[in-house]
Write a protein that binds this ligand. Structure first.
Ligand SMILES: Cc1cc2nc3c(=O)[nH]c(=O)nc-3n(C[C@H](O)[C@H](O)[C@H](O)COP(=O)(O)O)c2cc1C
Length: 216
């Protein structure tokens, strides 16, 4: 007999709905409307309740609202995005240039999420060092789902020079930037990923990625 809190099928379906309706939100969708501090508190609360290797909780968050700082971050996005377009060839490059891939200025709140490595050994992290970073990603996914449940949009920007972001935010040298998040109310939640709608990528079939017992 299982003890502890049990959920109903209806509740499980609701969780699936949050997962299926979560979207990456970019500057074309954010509204010029302040996000209440209570909302930010809830996003941080769920982040702090994410799983982490050895319960190390190796995360730190910088909540950015200052337009001057946002402009500085946008500058590194612009530089990195120009470099990024050169990675794609002709037709894809033209498509890439047209994509809106961030909402740094448009989103009223940005949150930079850092990995703070432990100074001593961490239970569970002794063989695969990267699991510390994975723990931070778990926290970010919690925030993303909670934001969606609160009808708040969130976008992940990774086209940035992490060292420049660290400098702008006065981050400790040993910290590693994991994500730069843009958060705000939106005019619309797309039903499907924008990159799918724009034919940049297709969703993979289950059969292509799931194997039984071993790879074929
Ligand atoms: C680690 C990570 C980094 C990402 N970086 C960016 C980014 O720099 N710019 C962007 O527009 N989207 C970024 N995304 C969002 C993805 O493009 C998006 O998740 C994907 O297209 C699927 O769309 P969906 O999140 O709406 O389902 C990132 C997502 C992840 C998980």
């Amino acid at each position: 007999m299982t003890t502890g809190k049990m959920f109903t099928e209806k509740e499980a379906e609701l969780l699936e709905e949050f997962i299926l309706n979560r979207r990456d939100v970019r500057g074309n969708r954010f509204l010029d409307k302040a996000v209440e501090d209570e909302i930010l508190e809830r996003l941080i609360f769920v982040a702090l309740n994410a799983p982490s290797v050895g319960f190390s909780q190796p995360w730190e968050f910088v909540i950015v609202k200052d337009p001057v700082i946002k402009e500085q971050i946008k500058q590194t996005f612009n530089e990195e995005n120009n470099k990024a377009s050169a990675c794609f060839n002709d037709e894809k490059q033209q498509e890439y240039i047209r994509l809106k891939l961030e909402g740094i200025i448009e989103a009223p709140v940005n949150i930079a999420v850092f990995y703070k490595p432990s100074t001593g050994p961490v239970l569970g992290q002794t063989s695969m060092e990267e699991v510390g970073l994975y723990s931070v990603v778990c926290a970010i996914q919690n925030m993303w789902l909670m934001a969606r449940a609160l009808n708040i949009g969130m976008g992940w920007v990774s086209i940035l020079d992490p060292e420049k972001v660290k400098k702008i935010l006065h981050a400790p040298d040993s910290n590693k930037l994991v994500a730069y998040l843009c958060i705000g109310y939106v005019d619309k939640f797309s039903e499907r990923p924008e990159l799918e709608i724009l034919h940049w990528e297709k969703r993979k079939e289950k059969e292509a990625v799931v194997f039984f017992d071993r790879y074929k």
